[in-house]
Design a protein around this ligand. Structure first.
Ligand SMILES: Nc1nc2c(c(=O)[nH]1)N[C@H]1C(S)=C(S)[C@@H](COP(=O)(O)OP(=O)(O)OC[C@H]3O[C@@H](n4cnc5c(N)ncnc54)[C@H](O)[C@@H]3O)O[C@H]1N2
Ligand code: MOO
Length: 445
């Protein structure tokens, strides 16, 4: 740390001085809406499996009909249904059709063909007698029940006609959609490229990994990225934010991100931010965005050319949240900076609401805004001038109602209740809440 005041050499011309009172803050909804101004990432074509957890950039129409051919739904015998009306109904066995084996067999009246689930129905057959309803002889099959036409047959095209829409532009490719596309023979899909993300954990007090703060431009997320062992002195804290962000990103399907630690030293921060803003699509920082003398993320980023979109949101936790855009005028490289406050609970809100919404806009997702659900709040709350996001436990009671139960330890520096929380509940500002109030929530993921 240099002897001079950290801001002596850094008074960016573009910094306004937003008032720290609540009137000067933007609302949570305004902050979330402002992410819609970002430029979505380019469209690329990916093999289906690699496209998992990406956002589809085009509607996908089925190139085939499904099922692909008329087939048996059971293990049994392909027959003509009229033969099952006969008094004796004993049919001659005339061959076998297995799933996946091409056969040119034709079923004649009075015959049965052994067939297995998924086997292609032979010409001449209009029903399958499942093996539980037949009595099998050496070369004969006696039907114990009448079987109507169409029984236990899956017809070609009964699920989908060729050209049916299978998936929509803007849709998230979860494993179910991947399977539906694969079943229709799709091998490549157009998706938005995922954001390349740099994560910068700041703070002299945060126990550091030894990997240094230089970004290499390639992902390095393995256990060596994180600090181990003892604290170096008793004013240090263990890092909560690095593992929080890394595991959250991985859960969202982002495996290509780089995470570094940087101290509150101005030149170190300047170097790390310069690299990150110029080589990544998105830079997520923690700490250093409040009003303290060593809260340098805003002034340093603005001196590097970042343009503040907003700073300070009327939310609790996470008030000093900072969002900026950056464009390198020479290379044209565009990136965004989401500066999350250092308090770990503020980082949770920053990920679940802000980063999630921002990423959805960057990836071109439909419905990018948080999809709030409603539940019955079961407790008391005093008014607060900031909208609050409380960690709660959501359960379904024995009447089938969605019930939200408050948890203790809600302050910004506390995280232990996350072990029991499954939702974030939105508490509007300046209102007194009693039991039996409907409130909005999202699941914590
Ligand atoms: N005078 C004022 N002081 C503060 C205000 C204010 O309006 N006026 N706002 C407060 C609010 S609200 C928040 S939130 C914090 C955010 O401050 P910063 O973003 O600058 O974060 P830091 O000061 O760097 O850290 C805050 C807190 O979190 C701990 N921390 C930081 N990083 C980690 C980490 N990786 N793992 C675990 N814990 C971490 C850090 O030690 C601090 O205790 O500012 C208030 N101050
Ligand atoms: O906004 Mo801060 O996270 O309330 O403490």
């Amino acid at each position: 740390m240099s002897d001079s005041h950290p801001l002596d050499t850094l008074v960016p011309a573009t910094v306004s001085s937003p008032a720290c009172n609540h009137e000067g803050l933007i609302s949570l909804d305004e902050a979330l809406a402002s992410y819609s101004t970002v430029v979505p990432l380019p469209v690329i074509s990916l093999p289906l499996i690699k496209a998992h957890q990406h956002i589809l950039a085009e509607d996908v129409l089925s190139p085939v009909e499904l099922p692909l051919f008329t087939q048996s739904a059971v293990d049994g015998y392909a027959i003509q249904s009229t033969d099952s009306q006969l008094a004796d109904a004993t049919l001659r066995l005339a061959g076998e059709i297995r799933a996946g084996i091409e056969q040119q067999l034709v079923l004649e009246p009075g015959q049965a063909i052994r067939i297995f689930t998924g086997g292609k129905i032979p010409a001449g057959a209009d029903a399958v007698a499942r093996q539980e309803i037949v009595r099998r002889g050496q070369d004969t099959v006696q039907l114990m029940q009448r079987v109507s036409a169409g029984t236990d047959i899956r017809y070609q095209g009964e699920e989908l006609a060729k050209g049916t829409k299978l998936a929509n532009q803007g849709q998230y490719l979860n494993s179910g959609v991947i399977a539906a596309l694969s079943m229709a023979g799709m091998q490549q899909v157009k998706v938005h490229r995922q954001s390349k993300i740099a994560v910068l954990i700041t703070g002299d007090e945060v126990k550091n990994s030894k990997t240094g703060s230089q970004f290499s431009g390639s992902p390095d997320i393995n256990e060596t990225a994180f600090p181990n062992g003892q604290l170096d002195h008793d004013a240090q804290v263990f890092d909560a934010n690095g593992p929080l962000i890394a595991s959250w990103l991985k859960q969202q399907g982002y495996h290509s991100f780089e995470l570094k630690y940087v101290s509150d030293d101005q030149s170190e921060l300047q170097q790390a931010l310069h690299q990150a803003l110029n080589h990544f699509d998105l830079v997520v920082t923690t700490g250093g965005v409040s009003v303290g003398d060593y809260d340098l993320i805003r002034p340093v980023s603005m001196q590097l050319g970042a343009h503040q979109i907003f700073w300070q949101v009327a939310q609790k936790p996470g008030k000093p949240l900072y969002f900026a855009s950056f464009q390198n005028l020479q290379s044209g490289h565009q990136s965004y900076l989401l500066g999350l406050p250092g308090n770990p609970a503020a980082v949770v809100i920053g990920l679940q609401l802000h980063l999630q919404t921002l990423l959805f806009y960057l990836q071109g997702k439909d419905k990018p805004q948080p999809q709030w659900h409603t539940g019955l709040f079961n407790g008391h709350l005093k008014p607060d001038s900031r909208e609050r996001l409380l960690r709660m436990q959501m359960n379904i009671d024995n009447l089938g109602q969605v019930v939200l139960s408050p948890l203790p330890k809600q302050q910004s520096h506390m995280l232990s209740n996350l072990a029991n929380a499954n939702v974030l509940v939105r508490i509007p500002a300046n209102q007194h809440f009693e039991k039996q109030t409907f409130l909005s929530f999202i699941a914590i993921n």
